[in-house]
Design a protein around this ligand. Structure first.
Ligand code: ATP
Ligand code: MN
Length: 540
């Protein structure tokens, strides 16, 4: 290691010679040259001095040659041989280079023009955007430039035609009206185009005229520019919707606060896979008091989130095709609506779920489970005594059964993460995916819920926790033959495939997805103007 270090030091000093004073130490190979002016004291010294000189000379030539052959030094060495190089032609050279550049620009413009016009009978001319005057550009042999160019050629060969600027003064005004018209167009560009629209240097020219075609092209460009910037903006908005709220959502929230339903929105409680939840303080809605503390669930408007929900709708042949056709915003609204309906249905039969305050598109306002802006903990994170845990378990069993038997719903995402513990009571939340028992896969979801519940509470140490299949039978009262694990799942699936169950599913009017199926049919026939849609306010 040490010797390597030394090598590096000496090679460095070889590359950076006498200019670096730090390399003039006793170890420096340039030591010889430093001693050039010293009195030689012996023949050996003279000899070595001469040797040093020779070496120095050798080294010098080496440096010069490497400098001149180096890739980085890319200029003609012969230029250096002239003490006073001739620079009189520099201007001409620069102009020629500029001309080449301008020609290249015009070629591109021409291609663009051809692309824009294609086979259209009415063509747009970019001629006035050309950098090179057509007369100068004779060798390009372009007959395709339209009548505008012709008029320039005829009328104003002396004037520059840069960027649609035809000319000044009387020289080109072969047709009086054209000039006035041009001036008017030019004025319009200055007056009417967006402030930040780049119109080149027109505004600085005193007597400026723009042909109709140039004016139209500019106008068109201004429109598409504006549209493009909106699109870019929109994209940005959508892409940030995972972290922040898009403008649409902000507007909805603003309106809810503005009309007094909510007094203030205080902060984000949770940003999950499918929704962002905020805390807010309730105000008054149509004379009625809104709960003092509210939770606002904003369903995420990115499609990705809904891939995870696929499992609830895929295989449902009636819904699958519809789902593809609907746009994500509508699907998201439907999920919010579904959560609202499910919450209401559960609350009606006495299940502890947040109370719905209102729904606006994909924004659902409900009562807050918790206090002083502190949301109740998920049962997973709540610090419960064994007594409380047991109590929670029994509350859970009871609510699951009521949900199935009375509300005719299966939570379908029940776990320790979607149960809150507040004031010694268990609350269910997050019910947008909840489905009816006769969903083609409803019973499988129920079995999964049962599995989550039994596993969680047995891990907590609750004794005599029902096994998943026992809980399934307790909740559904289907009394499928008791078997455990995969065998039981197979049984559930077989049951769902059973012709009798299937016909039951098909015959049920009250089928959960009928609502959405019908809704989607309506939505499809709707125009895109869902901004004008009436907000759905459940308090009405
Ligand atoms: P995740 O993906 O985390 O499950 P989610 O998108 O499914 O979230 P929810 O589960 O409904 O949305 O809500 C997320 C979190 O917000 C909940 O775990 C809970 O902590 C909190 N929360 C939701 N609703 C309420 C409410 N009404 N009161 C208090 N806290 C709530
Ligand atoms: Mn959740």
């Amino acid at each position: 290691m040490e010797s390597q270090g030394e090598v590096v030091v000496s090679s460095k000093s070889a590359v950076v010679p006498s200019t670096n004073p730090w390399n003039r130490g006793p170890e420096s190979p340039w030591k010889g040259s430093v001693r050039v002016n010293c009195e030689p004291s012996s023949l050996a010294d003279v000899m070595s001095e001469e040797l040093a000189k020779e070496l120095q000379a050798e080294e010098d030539t080496k440096i010069v040659s490497t400098a001149t052959t180096s890739d980085e030094v890319d200029f003609d060495v012969t230029l250096l041989q002239h003490d006073n190089p001739d620079t009189t032609n520099d201007l001409l050279l620069a102009q020629m280079l500029q001309l080449e550049y301008d020609k290249e620009h015009d070629q591109m413009l021409k291609k663009e023009e051809q692309h824009v016009n294609k086979d259209s009978k009415v063509s747009i001319s970019f001629a006035n955007y050309r950098s090179v005057h057509p007369v100068l550009d004779e060798d390009s042999g372009d007959e395709s430039w339209d009548e505008d160019v012709e008029s320039i050629k005829k009328g104003s060969q002396k004037s520059t035609s840069k960027k649609g600027y035809i000319g000044k003064g009387k020289d080109i005004t072969t047709k009086h009206d054209k000039a006035t018209c041009g001036r008017r167009n030019a004025q319009k560009v200055v007056d009417q185009f967006p402030v930040d629209f780049d119109t080149g240097d027109y505004s600085q020219l005193e007597d400026l005229q723009l042909s109709n075609s140039v004016y139209n092209v500019l106008k068109q460009h201004s429109y598409s520019d504006e549209k493009k910037s909106h699109r870019v903006h929109e994209k940005k908005e959508h892409s940030t919707s995972e972290q922040a709220l898009d403008s649409n959502t902000r507007l909805i929230l603003y309106k809810i606060v503005n009309n007094g339903t909510l007094e203030a929105i205080s902060g984000c409680i949770s940003s999950g896979k499918e929704a962002v939840v905020f805390h807010a303080n309730g105000g008054l809605a149509e004379g009625k008091l809104v709960p003092y503390e509210c939770a606002i669930k904003v369903f995420k408007t990115t499609l990705n989130e809904f891939k995870t929900r696929d499992k609830y709708i895929k295989d449902d042949y009636r819904f699958k095709d519809r789902m593809k056709k609907l746009n994500p915003r509508k699907i998201i609204k439907m999920w919010a609506e579904k959560e609202m309906h499910n919450l209401m249905r559960m609350q009606k039969v006495g299940i502890r779920v947040p109370e719905v305050v209102l729904l606006r598109k994909h924004v659902l306002v409900m009562s807050f489970i918790g206090q002083d802006q502190k949301p109740a903990p998920k049962i997973k994170h709540a610090k419960l005594s064994m007594e409380q845990t047991k109590d929670a378990y029994y509350q859970c069993l009871k609510m699951m059964k009521i949900m199935y038997q009375d509300a005719k719903l299966i939570h379908a995402d029940l776990s320790e993460y979607n149960m809150l513990w507040h004031n010694d009571l268990l609350w269910f939340i997050d019910v947008s995916q909840s489905i009816e028992p006769n969903h083609p896969h409803g019973l499988e979801f129920l079995l999964r819920d049962c599995t989550n519940v039994s596993q969680f509470f047995s891990r907590c140490g609750v004794s005599n926790v029902m096994k998943p299949h026992e809980l399934f039978n307790y909740v559904s009262q289907l009394n499928l033959p008791s078997r455990e694990g995969k065998a039981f799942l197979q049984q559930v699936q077989d049951y769902e495939m059973n012709e009798e169950f299937k016909s039951q599913v098909m015959a049920t009017k009250n089928y959960a997805f009928d609502y959405f199926f019908e809704k989607s049919t309506q939505d499809e026939s709707d125009s895109e103007s869902d901004e004008a849609e009436e907000d759905l306010d459940v308090k009405k």
